[in-house]
Design a protein around this ligand. Structure first.
Ligand SMILES: [Zn+2]
Length: 155
């Protein structure tokens, strides 16, 4: 199954935008980091127990969106956008999914973006051995890597 994600580019690596998690390789396997982003929205009792990620009552797992939100404006905060394939356990939410496993398939770039930013994305893509696609074609390109979660399964 495919999804769309954003990352921060830090020291030529992808990092999760909200958690202190670095993507050292293409594949990422979820672990619960409940202490780093415990949220009052979720059932605290469930959080006390060790569990596999993602857990329905926790907010752990590897996040991905159903749609690309590649806004050129995002380049100014050094965000990278891309396509991931997801597998294993998946928790579906209204605006995205949390998965057990993910693999980066492609990153978005654009000839319209400032050179320094494009080079940052290109360097990460080369290092990971993944494709570069135009940010305006993210949605179309994603079809090369797999299918989407059917609408009927989106809560
Ligand atoms: Zn958890």
């Amino acid at each position: 199954m495919i999804g769309f994600r954003k990352w921060r580019i830090e020291d030529r690596h992808l990092s999760s935008p909200y958690a202190r998690v670095r993507w050292r390789e293409r594949e990422m396997h979820a672990r619960c980091h409940r202490h780093s982003f415990a949220s009052a929205r979720f059932d605290r009792r469930a959080l006390e127990e060790e569990h596999e990620a993602p857990h329905p009552n926790c907010n752990c797992g590897i996040y991905a969106y159903y749609e690309p939100h590649a806004r050129p404006r995002a380049i100014y905060v050094r965000l990278a956008w891309g396509i991931v394939t997801l597998w294993g356990r998946i928790e579906a939410h209204g605006n995205g999914m949390r998965a057990e496993h993910a693999r980066v398939e492609a990153l978005a770039s654009s000839p319209e973006w400032p050179r320094v930013y494009r080079q940052g994305v290109e360097r990460v893509a080369a290092e990971l051995g993944i494709d570069l696609v135009r940010h305006t074609e993210l949605e179309w390109a994603a079809g090369e890597y797999g299918g989407r979660l059917p609408d009927s399964l989106v809560p």
